[in-house]
Write a protein that binds this ligand. Sequence first.
Ligand SMILES: NC(=O)c1ccc[n+]([C@@H]2O[C@H](COP(=O)([O-])OP(=O)(O)OC[C@H]3O[C@@H](n4cnc5c(N)ncnc54)[C@H](O)[C@@H]3O)[C@@H](O)[C@H]2O)c1
Length: 420
Amino acid sequence: MEQDVFLGDSPVRIVAIGAGNRTNKYLEYVRMHPDRLQLVGVVEVNANRMQRIAEEFKLDSNHCFADYNDFFAHPLPADAVLIATPENLHYDPCIKAIEAGYHVLLEKPIAQTLEECNDIAVRAQRKGVLVGVCHVLRYHPYFMKIKEIVDSDELGAVISINHTASVGLDRSLHGFVRGLWSKEENTNPMLIAKCCHDIDLLLWLTRTPCKRLTSFGSLRWFRSENAPMNSSDRCINCHIEAKCPYSAVDLYYNRRDWISNFDIPEGRTLNEVLLEELRHGRYGRCVFHCDNDVVDHQILSMEMESGVTVNFSMDIFTSDDCRETHVKLTHGEIDGNEVRLRVRKFRDNEERVFDFSHISKKPFHAGADLKLVDDFVKALSCKEHKLRTSIENSVESHRICYEAERSRLTGKTIELGSYS
Ligand SMILES: NC(=O)c1ccc[n+]([C@@H]2O[C@H](COP(=O)([O-])OP(=O)(O)OC[C@H]3O[C@@H](n4cnc5c(N)ncnc54)[C@H](O)[C@@H]3O)[C@@H](O)[C@H]2O)c1
């Protein structure tokens, strides 16, 4: 049982840059532990969101900014900034925060190129500030259990791992076909945008650098040439909508799924906002007529320096949105799907099953989001407390994703030397 000890004598003061979905999750920690973390400012381009945060956390108007350059020009007394803007807006504010001497809690992915990622790590080290990347899986009870069993050596040495990230159709249509992560130039290749968590997890479990890798994948299905006959470019006026598994009308209007990011301005109803979006917004578009270019399936094989082999698969054509992991070790195996984790020893067929069904659908990534903030806050409050992972580790997992993309595009196996 982890002990929840806080050694700081005053709360860590933080400014949030980008006040959307992720920031709202992390701010739950401020709501729960105002004695440990205090929100002292916000930077947000969306006036409704900024006002909501300002009201809830009683921020003066001179602590609220629409442009982060204004914040850095008039810095507030604070210890850290949280950067949870879209990923094409990570690098610039992160560099500015580091140079201004703030510690940074940075949403993944770190940035948009390996050079930018590395630059952040180098500058943070030079300036002596902490940059924590939000790799939430490291704080998730299910993945922590896998790590604990692997590290205990009770099943011997890891020989190979199969790991699958089933992104789920609804999440994928919302984020990676119609949504903000659908175009590489605005975000990153899919493996980095969605799966840098998975690669970080695989490096964490294998505890060994990747020696070589190869990757395949493409955008195979959501392209205009695959649009069904008689379909239209908006689901709301499409003749085949009632039978289409990708219908935006069904996802947002009928099922009310993935709607938490639609702002409802004062005086308007959710139905009005949804209909407006379906008629004119990006989320009402036919999936075959979007401007998306990220892959819809990708596989990656890695040989690690220790000789461990790893197979990873990212799939969006799945009903479930979950990760499945199968670790094969010299004396047994571990396999699970985030709900159930099975541990089998070869000798005597000994088997243990851990049930995570009670937490698998719990909010905040089963509490991992809050543990991550707690780790960051404690690392700033107490010299002895070390963050669970370092910016250098995160850069290494991002490097693998960028190299996988190079392999996918060139069809070559990539040999990885050490990065400098
Ligand atoms: N760690 C995880 O598990 C996890 C999960 C989902 C998303 N993410 C990452 O978190 C980041 C944010 O994602 P999100 O889902 O919160 O997105 P979001 O769209 O809900 O929030 C982003 C916010 O940034 C604001 N913004 C945009 N440009 C800005 C600017 N120039 N200055 C200030 N604010 C600006 C937007 O208005 C929005 O409110 C992304 O990098 C994403 O990849 C991480």
